[in-house]
Design a protein around this ligand. Sequence first.
Ligand code: MGD
Ligand code: MGD
Ligand code: MO
Length: 750
Amino acid sequence: MSRKPPIQDPDDRGLKVSQPKEDAAGIPGVTAALKQSYQQMGVKRTALTLLKVNQKDGFDCPGCAWPEGSKRHVAEFCENGAKAVAEEATTRRIDRDFFARHTVEELAGRSDYWLGQQGRLTEPMLKRRGSAHYEPVGWDEAFALLGEELRALATPDEAAFYTSGRTSNEAAFAYQLFARAFGTNNLPDCSNMCHESSGSALNETIGVGKGSVLLEDLYQADLILVVGQNPGTNHPRMLSALEEAKRNGARIIAVNPLPEAGLMRFKNPQRPSGIVGTGTALADLFLQIRVNGDLALFQAFNRLLIESDAIDHAFVEEHTAGFPEFEAHVRKVDWDEVLEATGLTRAQIDEALQEVLRADKIIVCWAMGLTQHKNSVPTIREVVNFLLLRGNIGRPGAGVCPVRGHSNVQGDRTMGIYEKPGKAFLDALSAEFGFEPPREPGLDTVDTIRAMREGGVKVFLGMGGNFVRATPDSAVTEAAMRSCRLTAQVSTKLNRSHAVTGEQALILPTLGRTEEDGGRFVSVEDSMGLVHASRGRLAPASERLLPEVAIVSRLARAVLGDGLGWAEMERDYDVIRDHVSRVVPGFADFNVRIRRPGGFTLPHAPRDKREFPTASGKANLTVNELRVLRVPEGRLLLQTVRSHDQYNTTIYGMDDRYRGIKAGRRVVFVHPDDLTGLGLRDAEMVDLVSEWADGVERRAPGFRIVAYPTARGCAAAYFPETNVLVPLDSTADVSNTPTSKSVVVRLEPA
Ligand SMILES: Nc1nc2c(c(=O)[nH]1)N[C@H]1C(S)=C(S)[C@@H](COP(=O)(O)OP(=O)(O)OC[C@H]3O[C@@H](n4cnc5c(=O)[nH]c(N)nc54)[C@H](O)[C@@H]3O)O[C@H]1N2
Ligand SMILES: Nc1nc2c(c(=O)[nH]1)N[C@H]1C(S)=C(S)[C@@H](COP(=O)(O)OP(=O)(O)OC[C@H]3O[C@@H](n4cnc5c(=O)[nH]c(N)nc54)[C@H](O)[C@@H]3O)O[C@H]1N2
Ligand SMILES: [Mo]
């Protein structure tokens, strides 16, 4: 293995700002991806690895959850997928000497970038009570310690079992089974911070908490609204799908406070013309909405649709409930409030409406721009109202399309990673395994932190992810984490959650998606409900790694014994899949169907049969109160976003190419006119100070102002650096998702 140069903690001193880009990908995308891949893996391993991404005999890209489609390119990955793969398939390694050299406290002082760049974890490590260092520990001793601490709890509910979204279906099913056999529904997951609002709103309105479109539908749509989403960075392969939709005649409206590259123009790196040409202008119309203005926008659309009687009466009559109340409500929508909330003009809304009226088949796609606000659930319900009014759910070319984050976050939920499991699921689990699972709802992510803070959760196990860094209110969360008796992380790479720990801490290193798992394969579910196999090909980063399933199985045996057949599940994942086929609807003959090329699609009643499994048996039109989020004088509404060089809390590099940022992350994007109004200037250094109802001042020091064409009154900065500003108790109604996209801040000259 070649020695790589040491990595420094970045200090933002070399920060450079240039004009933002309109177009995405093309040659710079390909070169950026290859550069990072070569740095992490070398040339030969890069070629070998990237050719297996998203191929039918290869592994599922650990990047996003965008589906692969049936026509695969030889290189079915994107710039950022390649970076996600390189991050995992890196040849850099962390060994026991590393932990001897660095105290845990010292690691807690390092940047996210530095921690991630150290390479793959290679053996289980233990930080004993009172010790300043991690030291090597055998797997058996690690499980014995975890088992001892779990058994010592006054009740199983004093433990929390977190999951991030890369965990396979097989590992996720085993993990939730263990938690419930142990006796708790405390299964918080990253979804609680991500698409929980979508699931809540969709379950209530259409009866299924998942998207209702397939890739083919996008190709048939007349109009696609891309709302609160930055696919050029976070779902780059979606741009190819949008491009194809456009070639088939679709129109696209982008709704976003930021003019994100890629939505504005896209050069497809998988087509020769895309690499050199000027690319496709994807969005036909860009609505530069104010942060949190979407409920008002969709309510305005709905008022106009009703007033112009442009609704599908037959569909509304036959398939929906609640029309009279809904109609009475939206007829009263106040135009002044709409214009204030959206920051748009009446003419812009009318122009968008014309696109809507011309379109027979409409799809709305969205991501975090809609899900991380106080009113996220009502907002998404209003999007559903909009689609239902013209019968745009349950027919080809139309529907709801929440675009998921982690590659298997949707599958993990399907497998029962959920703190509020339904009765049917628990009954099935009970019938299959012969024990009575706990029936009380468990803790979600925010409630887990609250419980830790109050001493109610003492043992924390993370199946992937970076709990202390991904969650809000960093100072509060870190103190909560430190108050635990034991925190344990099943991880591929080092991150801050290994450095900010309970009294005792375990690092349990595991195989990644790209790695060979003793000839076994796992399965994942993409954003559109397609389940397919994933098989790693690379030699594991170390001989001492265990697959996630083995970690769960051995832990379960250490705590509960082998009554449920854990050893068999660990040896043969078909055994787990047979259990799944009897417990989870839609998985009959799982072991047969998963071996078919391309896998299989899960049933979705609204999409497949126009049936809505809600309490009313119909799709519910809902009444949603519009409350304009007014920001006090001299304050801005801050949204926290991803740069082009990060995967959530994993920082690949210090650039955000499309937004013109180089070699730094502590920047805050503000409209030039707002700067003038605030008496501030481009390039000035400021502290971001968040103000919230609890009166506590939360401060993120030392940000460089970047004058930027965002919507007026709004600001944007990168997470996780800004998580310190998001109050733990500021969460979305119903879904309890932290409001990471609407933080009221003032900018104080530093
Ligand atoms: N390369 C890469 N890929 C990723 C990830 C990554 O970090 N890196 N993360 C993965 C995960 S877990 C997820 S959840 C997804 C996230 O995918 P995105 O949701 O695209 O990610 P964000 O960076 O949070 O971008 C939010 C977008 O919403 C816009 N927005 C913010 N507030 C509002 C609003 O009030 N209204 C509207 N209309 N728009 C708003 C922002 O300007 C931005 O364009 O990506 C997944 N894929
Ligand atoms: N302010 C703000 N906060 C946010 C968001 C935001 O937009 N703004 N977005 C939220 C969203 S959408 C999400 S999804 C969460 C993300 O929250 P998490 O899922 O908790 O965080 P990640 O950064 O994705 O986790 C990265 C870690 O996962 C581990 N890992 C990677 N691959 C594997 C694997 O195959 N197996 C195992 N066991 N471990 C692996 C590595 O050790 C890596 O360090 O953050 C949320 N936090
Ligand atoms: Mo996410």
